[in-house]
Ligand binder design. Structure first.
Ligand SMILES: *Cc1c(COP(=O)(O)O)cnc(C)c1O
Length: 395
C-alpha cells in the first residue's frame, strides 16, 4: 500500500496497523499459531491458492509478520514487502531468487561483511560472476554495468568508513542494461533515504538495526514491486528463513519510534562529528554531514538527514588506544551491532572486518585505530562529555 501524503512520524506509528486484527485490540497481537484451521475445505483451498485472504502455515505467512511487512512497505513507499529471520536471510533470499549460473553481478568493495562473503564465496560456487568495484568510483561502476549486468547491488552509507554512493546516477546505469537494482538501506533508514524513489527496484534492510532500534530482535525485510517481491517470497517460503511472530512484534514495537529516534540520532551525530573533527587527538572523522566528507554533496542531494552512523581515526594509531577509548566510555556498549537506542562503539578489527589481517584492513583504508560510532538517543551533552573524558585518557 502506497501512502505518500502522511509524514514519517505518523507512518511509523500507524502504518500497517489501521485495522485491528483481533477483538478490537488496539495493539498488534502476537499470533504464535503454527497453522490456521479451516472446517470448510473449499475455503481452505481458496486461501491455499491465494484466491482468498488468509493464512495457512506460519513458515509462509503469519498475521503479526504481515503487519511488520506492511509498516516497512509504507515507510519505503513500496508496493509490497517480504521478510526473513535476519538481514542476511533477506539478502541471501533476494540474491538467490534471481541469480542463475552464467549471470553477472556488479557491486562495491564496501558492502556489509556477510554480503561480501556471498559475493566472494557463495555466488562464484554457482558460477555467477561478481565484480566488486571501488565503492565511490562511479565511472568504474558504470563501465562494469555497461559491459553487462543482471543485478546491481549497492549500499550507502557504507560500513565502516561511511562512504556515499550516488543512487540516482547508478540506478539509471543499471536500468539501461536491464539489471535489477538492489539497495541495502540499513544505515540510512527510510526516514533519511528512499532508494525506490531514486530509481532502485528493491530496497532491503537488516531490521535488526535501526528499524527495531532496541537490539533485542533480529529480522530482515525487502520492499519493491509485487512481481519481484513475490519471487523473493517464494524462495524464502521454501528455504525457510522465516521471521518469527515474536521478533516481528518486537520490531513493530520498535518501529513506532523510528522517525523520532532517527531524527534525534541525525541531530546528535552531526554535533559529535563536529566535536571530534576539531579534537586534537582525532586524526579524521567520517560523517557525510561534514562539508569535508568526499560524499557530502551526493548525501545532501539524496538524503533528508545524514544518519546516526559515523566513524573516526585516533591520532595514536594503535589497537591499544582503541581499547583505552572503549574502556573509558560510560554511555556506549562495545559491541558488534548498531542502530540501537544506546550508543554503540566498535572497531572494524573486532566487528565488520575481523576476518581480514591488519595489512588487508590498512589496504582497504581501515586503520587499526578506526572506531565505528552508532549514535544513540542519549542527551547530546552526556555523549560529548563521555567522549571527551575517554579521549583525555590517551597519550
Ligand atoms: C547488520 C547488517 C546486515 C546483516 O543483518 P543481520 O540482521 O545481522 O543478518 C546487512 N547489512 C547491513 C548494512 C548491516 O549493518
Amino acid at each position: 500500500m502506497k501512502n505518500k501524503s502522511i509524514g514519517k512520524g505518523t507512518c511509523s506509528v500507524w502504518a500497517g496497523e489501521e485495522k485491528s486484527l483481533m477483538q478490537n485490540a488496539t495493539q498488534v497481537p502476537v499470533v504464535h499459531s503454527v497453522s490456521f484451521g479451516y472446517k470448510d475445505a473449499l475455503q481452505w483451498q481458496q486461501v491455499a491458492l491465494g484466491k482468498q485472504k488468509g493464512h495457512i502455515y506460519s513458515r509462509n505467512t503469519n498475521p503479526t509478520v504481515d503487519v511488520f511487512e506492511n509498516k516497512i512497505c509504507q515507510l519505503e513507499n513500496a508496493e509490497k514487502a517480504t521478510s526473513a529471520s535476519t538481514g542476511m536471510g533477506i539478502i541471501h533470499s533476494t540474491l538467490f531468487s534471481f541469480l542463475v549460473p552464467g549471470q553477472r553481478v556488479v557491486s562495491v568493495k564496501d558492502t556489509y561483511g556477510g554480503t561480501n562473503k556471498i559475493f566472494t564465496e557463495f555466488l562464484p560456487r554457482i558460477n555467477v560472476e561478481v565484480i566488486l568495484c571501488n565503492t565511490t568510483d562511479h565511472e568504474a561502476i558504470e563501465a562494469e554495468v555497461a559491459k553487462g549486468c543482471d543485478l546491481l547491488y549497492l549500499e550507502t552509507p557504507t560500513n565502516p568508513t561511511i562512504k556515499i554512493i550516488d543512487l540516482d546516477r547508478l540506478a539509471r546505469a543499471g536500468k539501461k542494461v536491464g539489471a535489477i537494482v538492489v539497495v541495502d538501506n540499513t544505515f540510512a533508514t527510510p526516514v533519511n533515504q528512499q532508494p525506490l524513489a531514486l530509481g532502485a527496484d528493491l530496497v532491503l534492510h537488516s531490521a535488526t538495526k535501526f528499524l527495531g532500534g532496541h537490539a533485542d530482535a533480529m529480522g530482515g525485510v525487502v520492499c519493491g514491486n509485487k512481481e519481484l517481491i513475490d519471487q523473493i517470497y517464494h524462495y524464502r517460503e521454501i528455504n525457510g528463513a522465516t521471521l518469527d511472530p515474536m521478533s516481528a512484534y518486537l520490531l513493530l514495537r520498535g518501529m513506532k519510534t523510528l522517525a523520532l529516534r532517527v531524527e534525534r540520532q541525525n541531530q546528535s551525530a552531526i554535533e559529535i562529528a563536529k566535536y571530534l573533527d576539531s579534537h586534537p587527538k582525532i586524526e579524521k572523522v567520517f560523517y557525510p554531514g561534514l562539508e569535508s566528507h568526499e560524499g557530502h554533496e551526493i548525501a545532501k542531494k539524496q538524503m533528508t538527514g545524514f544518519g546516526g552512523m559515523l566513524s573516526f581515526i585516533l591520532k595514536e594509531n594503535t589497537f591499544e588506544a582503541v581499547g583505552t577509548v572503549l574502556a573509558n566510555l560510560k554511555f556506549a556498549h562495545s559491541a558488534a551491532n548498531l542502530g540501537s537506542v544506546e550508543t554503540i562503539v566498535g572497531p572494524p578489527a573486532t566487528t565488520s572486518h575481523v576476518e581480514c589481517s591488519k595489512a588487508e584492513r590498512e589496504a582497504m583504508g581501515i586503520p587499526e585505530s578506526l572506531i565505528r560510532y552508532s549514535t544513540g538517543i542519549e542527551d547530546i551533552k552526556d555523549l560529548v562529555d563521555d567522549l571527551g573524558n575517554a579521549l583525555s585518557k590517551l597519550k
